[in-house]
Design a protein around this ligand. Structure first.
Ligand code: DLL
Length: 435
């Protein structure tokens, strides 16, 4: 496949050049933050580091980490590094774990963020001849605004649909010839389901690519969406704290996401000790915003669990790649002492021919964890014979035991009884926290 780049020089830069660029930006950024953010200056002073100690990207490890707890403590203005009069935008999220983050942007910050999203759209094959349907939520959430800005930069005809009203999404997609769909993977699956119900086959819609992110999704889910929508599905990653979507994006190889490391420097650390781990190790992702002005977080701990790789990519980009995050350290369930990620359950379900409509319910009864997975029956497996249903539940439970080491009580529920998501799907109900 012929490769297109949005900013070729940066996307294909040699390692040495990239490190030089990162070093120059870091030195400047640390001074900016030290001089303008008293909260961060205190953290650096406590660690005995001054801007003079940071001479290149190799000195990054000397800086203190920032965590969500710092963001909460400094809410709302405590980490702002520019006067509000120079800021042009605010975004916020309730977060996947229910904690509010407010991020500020100068025009420069919006510009670099939109460039990152434009890189993602071009890597997915987008050009100015495309019609880009943005079905991420608009508003405080960064998904809609980010991809919308990126789509403009590429010159696509942009359809600012926001999420929801699935019937209208399908109608506009067809009537206006949308070729690229941007939304959460769970919403893409939902749109696919609606198409199926209307007996619209993948060849009958104009879509060719999708840019899906904002929540963990598995390779099996990718295949499922690609088949129902007849497209190539690309992953995109980001978080409000670092700007939004576009921190990393997938290329034609579809084996992980290139990190826009001229703007966001990635590290993997041991979540328990904070030690920086070598390339290829699995650990917590940490990002440093190298040139954002208003809300420049340094060494921000994302809680996302991931692996980085510098293996040469067939697309020609030299940007480091991050694997699909397999979950968050705080999404990981510990059930009867065993670590369980919702993504593992999704993998089993899709492998066994079910749809990605499920909910995990964990509770504690008499000091014992209970572990239930509700899974929707699919149309082709549908039966009302109790014996057959029980056999299917047992077989799914066994498949999950093979994957997880413990077996949940699987309950097959009626088709459509699990609430569909137009944004981030809620996969887990952990009642233990309520006690
Ligand atoms: O979800 C930004 C975004 C919008 C990314 C649209 C991609 C597309 P937050 O709401 O702040 O921001 O949530 C950030 O979502 O720390 C991850 O845990 C998770 N996440 C984001 N993208 C992915 C992805 C947006 N591709 C949190 N795969 C992050 C897995 C993802 N998890």
């Amino acid at each position: 496949m012929a490769q297109n780049y949005y900013q070729k020089e940066t996307e294909t830069m040699s390692r040495e050049e990239m490190r030089k660029l990162q070093s120059e930006k870091l030195v400047k950024q640390v001074r900016h933050v030290y001089e303008n953010v008293p909260y961060y200056k205190n953290l650096m002073d406590e660690k005995g580091v001054t801007p003079d100690d940071i001479k290149s990207i190799d000195d990054l490890h000397k800086l203190p980490f920032l965590s969500k707890a710092d963001l909460r403590e400094a809410y709302p203005y405590g980490l702002l590094a520019k006067p509000l009069s120079e800021c042009v935008r605010i975004h916020s999220t309730s977060g996947t774990t229910g904690r509010r983050v407010v991020a500020f942007y100068t025009q420069h910050d919006v510009d670099l963020w939109e460039d990152c999203c434009a890189r993602a759209i071009v890597a997915a094959g987008g050009t100015k001849d495309d019609v880009c349907q943005v079905a991420y939520g608009y508003g405080l959430f960064t998904g809609g605004a980010g991809l919308h800005g990126g789509s403009h930069k590429v010159g696509c005809l942009t359809l600012p649909m926001s999420s929801g009203n699935t019937e209208r999404q399908v109608q506009f997609m067809n009537d206006l010839g949308a070729t690229i769909l941007c939304c959460t993977p769970s919403y893409a699956a939902y749109i696919g389901e609606s198409l199926k119900e209307q007996s619209i086959g993948p060849d009958e819609i104009p879509l060719k690519a999708g840019i899906f992110g904002a929540e963990p999704w598995t390779e099996e889910m990718r295949k499922n969406i690609e088949q129902t929508l007849g497209i190539k599905a690309y992953d995109i990653y980001g978080l409000t704290e670092t700007s939004g979507p576009g921190v990393a994006f997938e290329c034609s190889e579809q084996t992980g996401m290139h990190v826009n490391e001229d703007h966001f420097y990635a590290e993997i650390i041991d979540p328990d000790t904070g030690e920086v781990l070598p390339e290829g190790s699995r650990g917590e992702l940490v990002f440093t915003a190298l040139d954002k002005e208003a809300f420049p977080l340094l060494r921000y701990r994302t809680r996302d669990i991931c692996v980085l790789s510098r293996k040469q990519c067939s697309c020609g980009r030299t940007l480091v790649k991050m694997a699909k995050p397999m979950g968050r350290t705080d999404d990981m369930l510990i059930i009867r002492g065993v670590n369980v990620f919702p993504s593992q359950i999704e993998t089993v379900l899709l492998n066994e021919g079910y749809e990605p409509n499920y909910q995990i319910i964990v509770d504690r009864v008499k000091n014992n964890d209970t572990f239930e997975v509700n899974v929707e029956m699919t149309a082709d497996k549908f039966t009302d014979k109790v014996g057959e249903i029980l056999a299917m539940e047992k077989s799914l439970s066994l498949a999950m035991k093979t994957m997880l080491g413990i077996n949940p009580a699987v309950r097959l529920v009626a088709p459509k009884s699990i609430v569909r998501s137009e944004g981030k799907a809620v996969r887990v109900i952990d009642k233990r926290k309520l006690v």
